[in-house]
Ligand binder design. Structure first.
Ligand code: ADP
Ligand code: MG
Length: 703
């Protein structure tokens, strides 16, 4: 057996079982080894029967004195009853509906049983405990120890999964460690193989603690290493200096119809300083929706373009790219800057290229690519798909990426190879509306410098936010109707479908649940509540084209109400929408609620955010109360980071926290240690480390 051996090679893994494991992302032995328990049950305490009292949990071991199975008289459920003796007394045990038990267990067998003790009219008894026979030559697997509890899927049991691990003992021992011994010694962590073995079969609580510690270090170390790798590669690469031309910048600023806020000026200044250098900038510009990042980006782009550089702007979706294009065309309307849009659906330029009458889409696309290469376009706006195309830039000096927090090393190389200048790397600026506090950013985005726009431009009306109690729902609907009568539009966000703790759901099952929720809400609103209004919906199962069509309809004002899941990109700018209504609000992180809220309040008209909650918990009430009173995204993010942790706040994929199975932000000492160890590391010597970082990048899709 090897690490890449298919799981179908294991004992008792047939087709069905393999399918179930696949749905958990497990295909090979290695995947299985990294399928860690999400919790443990400490059943290690063996209780003597005479010490049992109602409500106790633990393990009883003894001999089966009697066992038989019958059907319950009324419901015909199968009931297996047994009497166990351990020398101190006897205990009644019952199982319901488990026919095979009477086949497995016989009177006279020595058994180990783990579960809960209950007192009823028959006295003390154990109900449906985990059980196994005691064998002289083997340890117990399911009882009388610290028992691992694995994430499962329908049709897969803890027993089955644990049995699989019993086949892997030998291979675990051969698992090589990506962290060299010298580093392990200096940070005092156990070898990886040992940690993995312990996590699947902990001999005691202390070992489990140290094994977990090792895994935490791994997760934090790889992040710091990646940051270090980027830092080193940037230090050794060259960028063209884009001079900070004060006259150009001043003229641009003076032509704006408003004064820049202090934060905007500082951010712009930081960026302009950076790109004047001969090493590539790597900076993240953070600021709430509407805080004025786009203008800062435009200012910097203007400074570059005026001095002969091209600028590339990438957005995560077609719709957002189109919106950026519209903004830039507007901002640059009085200059002679040429702007191009290139996305899956569109290829356009301002001013228009002369292509004769009715050029085909393909011809347009070709023409735009050509114009880019010939430098007839100064600012190129598109989606990441641009990099998949054969786009060849011409003296690309600056790349601005919207809503992707970081670049992979490979992604950077690709852009460099398309920059029209193989000697130098373009400067990179990413922008995000996700508030990421500085301390947190250091852990997660250690390679990035950060500029933050905290204050909003003056004159904005804060969105009026209210948690609406159930008994006021009808009033709220009435209010929505009024807003629509006034010509306004409304977003309705459906509740998040939560993964259950024991994880019975696969991602695709979750997506169809979300679809169902959206359709139900849509039906309710369009048929019962607002039969006279135009209601539309989007969810994650729609094709990109279908989704775009609905979004455009909403943007064009052809729909009054848009019902949506949280997973659907709602990053669009629809200034006419004034109401954001969120169902099941307690299930969302505050930062995410804040993002939703940012979809309204984008004009000088008063906007509203209404939250509905199904929870009566005090904690949920407090969180939503905090949200009601706070409009500062950073304050909300910090509040939630403390209450819920980063994976919940930023989404697991984007933040790279998906890989945080063990570590958390509160592991401050470990974070520091990981950072110190990463500093100055020689990636040329440590192959396994380099590979690990590359593997990590692949997992978060940064290549
Ligand atoms: P972001 O990209 O951060 O979401 P934008 O740059 O799109 O924000 O700005 C939102 C709106 O605010 C735009 O209409 C923009 O013209 C306007 N705006 C930007 N900066 C200022 C400012 N300093 N004063 C007034 N309005 C501003
Ligand atoms: Mg924006």
């Amino acid at each position: 057996m090897k690490l890449d051996t298919e799981i179908t090679q294991l004992n008792r893994v047939g087709k069905t079982m393999a399918k179930r494991l696949n749905s958990l992302g497990i295909h090979t032995v290695k995947d299985l080894l990294f399928h860690f328990p999400f919790r443990y049950e400490d059943l290690s305490q063996i209780l003597s029967i005479d010490s049992l009292v109602d409500g106790m949990e633990g393990t009883v071991q003894g001999k089966i004195a009697l066992i038989n199975t019958k059907r319950s008289p009324r419901r015909h459920t199968l009931i297996t009853e047994a009497i166990i003796t351990d020398g101190t007394g006897q205990l009644r045990v019952v199982w319901f509906g488990q026919a095979y038990i009477s086949k497995n267990l016989k009177a006279g067998d020595e058994v180990s049983l783990s579960g809960k003790i209950k007192h009823d009219m028959f006295g003390l008894q154990m109900v449906s405990p985990a059980y196994e026979k005691i064998r002289k030559d083997a340890d117990t697997t399911h009882t009388a120890k610290i028992v691992p509890m694995y994430p499962l899927t329908r049709g897969l049991t803890q027993k089955q999964v644990r049995f699989l691990f019993s086949q892997l003992t030998d291979i675990i021992a051969t698992f090589s460690d990506w962290i060299p011994q010298s580093i392990r010694d200096s940070v005092d962590i156990m070898p990886l193989a040992e940690a993995i073995a312990i996590l699947h079969n902990p001999p005691d609580a202390e070992s489990l603690h140290y094994a977990t510690h090792r895994m935490k270090f791994d997760e934090l170390f790889v992040l710091q290493l990646r940051a270090e790798m980027v830092r080193q590669s940037l230090q050794t690469s060259h960028a063209q200096s884009i001079p900070f031309n004060k006259t150009i910048v001043q003229d641009f600023v003076e032509a704006l119809p408003f004064t820049l806020t202090k934060d905007q000026k500082i951010a712009a200044w930081e960026i302009l300083q950076d790109i004047e250098k001969h090493s590539p900038m790597n900076r993240l510009l953070e600021g709430d929706v509407g805080s004025g990042k786009t203008i800062v980006a435009a200012l910097v782009a203007h400074n570059a373009v005026t001095q002969g550089f091209q600028v590339l702007i990438m957005a995560p979706t077609d719709i957002l790219a189109t919106q950026h294009y519209a903004s830039f065309v507007d901002i640059f309307k009085n200059s002679n800057t040429n702007i191009g849009l290139y996305s899956r659906t569109k290829a356009e330029t301002t001013p228009e290229l002369n292509l004769g009458k009715k050029p085909s889409k393909a011809a347009k696309k070709r023409a735009v690519l050509e114009a880019i290469t010939n430098k007839d376009i100064d600012i190129i706006i598109g989606t990441h798909a641009l990099l998949g195309e054969k786009v060849e830039c011409n003296n690309l000096g600056l790349v601005i990426v919207d809503e992707q927090h970081r670049f992979g090393v490979k992604q950077r190389k690709k852009i460099k190879s398309r920059s029209g200048n193989t000697e130098t790397t373009p400067h990179f600026l990413s922008m995000t509306a996700t508030p990421i506090p500085r301390s947190f950013a250091l852990t997660i985005y250690g390679d990035l410098d950060i500029s933050i726009i905290k204050s909003m431009p003056p004159g904005r009306k804060p969105v009026i936010t209210r948690v609406v109690p159930q008994e006021r729902r009808a009033t709220a609907y009435g209010f929505i109707e009024e807003q629509v009568q006034k010509g306004k539009q409304v977003f309705v966000i459906c509740p998040l479908i939560e993964e259950k703790e024991d994880d019975e759901k696969t991602p695709s099952a979750m997506a169809s649940d979300e679809k169902k929720t959206v359709l139900e809400e849509y039906k309710k609103l369009s048929e019962e509540v607002f039969p006279n209004l135009r209601v539309g919906f989007v969810h994650g199962k729609l094709k990109v084209k279908e989704k775009d069509a609905v979004m455009s309809q909403f943007a064009e004002g052809e729909l009054d109400i848009l019902v949506s899941t949280s997973v659907v990109e709602v990053g669009v700018n629809i200034p006419n929408a004034t109401v954001m209504m969120i169902e099941g609000a307690e299930r969302f992180g505050l930062a995410q609620l804040h993002q939703f809220r940012g979809r309204v309040g984008r004009s000088d008209v008063q906007s509203y955010c209404m939250l509905f909650s199904e929870s009566n918990s005090q904690k949920a009430k407090e969180r939503l109360g905090f949200f009601e009173k706070n409009t500062d995204g950073f304050a909300l993010a910090e509040y939630d980071l403390e209450q819920r942790g980063p994976g919940e706040v930023y989404g697991k994929q984007q933040s790279g926290i998906k890989q945080f199975r063990f570590a958390s932000l509160s592991d401050k000492e470990l974070i520091q240690m990981a950072r110190n160890m990463a500093k100055g590391i020689d990636f040329n010597i440590h192959n396994t480390i380099t590979q690990k970082v590359e593997e990590w990048e692949r997992q978060v899709h940064l290549e």
